[in-house]
Design a protein around this ligand. Structure first.
Ligand code: PNS
Length: 164
């Protein structure tokens, strides 16, 4: 008997994509039939990279992984997941400090949509301290971000901002 494909959404801001994100997406692609990287378009935030730039970067990095898709969403994550027929929301957990916020979101999403399960995945330990916010800060202050982000992100950072 064939079952429907198991689709997972990996939501986030990805401003910019880090190697921690890449690690989680790669692991997710092995677990699920399809993983949709759901890029939140949040007009209230002033991101460094536009939604189109972030989408292009993720698409380029995962060009060779057939079951990874990139898509932009706005509004409630659970509504988006339902529209995409996803049964799973994937989130990465780096450290205990992530836990409180992630648990709150997972339980709120469960309340909003009990049929969608949040699955937490741990990145490789090398990436447990990597965040988009720190990458931007380090780069803007002239620090080395190689190894923390894909090469394409590093070159886009160079095009976008000259380190102080
Ligand atoms: O990478 P981020 O910025 O930590 O991702 C946060 C994200 C996009 C997962 C979260 O802000 C979100 O789901 N936003 C969509 C709006 C929504 O559903 N809010 C209620 C969450 S309980």
């Amino acid at each position: 008997m064939s079952r429907p494909p198991r689709i997972a959404i990996y939501p986030g801001s990805f401003d910019p994509l880090t190697n921690g994100h890449v690690d989680i997406i790669t692991r997710g692609a092995r677990l699920f039939d399809q993983i949709v990287v759901g890029l939140l378009n949040n007009p209230e935030k002033a991101p460094l990279f536009s939604v189109e730039e972030r989408e292009g970067i993720i698409r380029e990095v995962f060009a060779d992984l057939g079951n990874v898709e990139v898509d932009v969403f706005h509004g409630l994550l659970v509504d988006y997941a339902r529209r995409r027929r996803a049964s799973v929301i994937v989130r990465g957990l780096r450290a205990i400090s992530d836990f409180e916020y992630e648990m709150q979101m997972a339980l709120m999403n469960r309340r909003l949509s009990p049929d969608i399960e949040t699955v937490f995945m741990m990145p490789a330990e090398t990436y447990t301290y990597v965040s988009s916010r720190l990458v931007k800060e380090i780069f803007s202050l002239g620090g080395d971000v190689s190894g923390l982000v894909p090469a394409v992100v590093e070159s886009r950072l160079r095009q976008k901002c000259t380190p102080r």
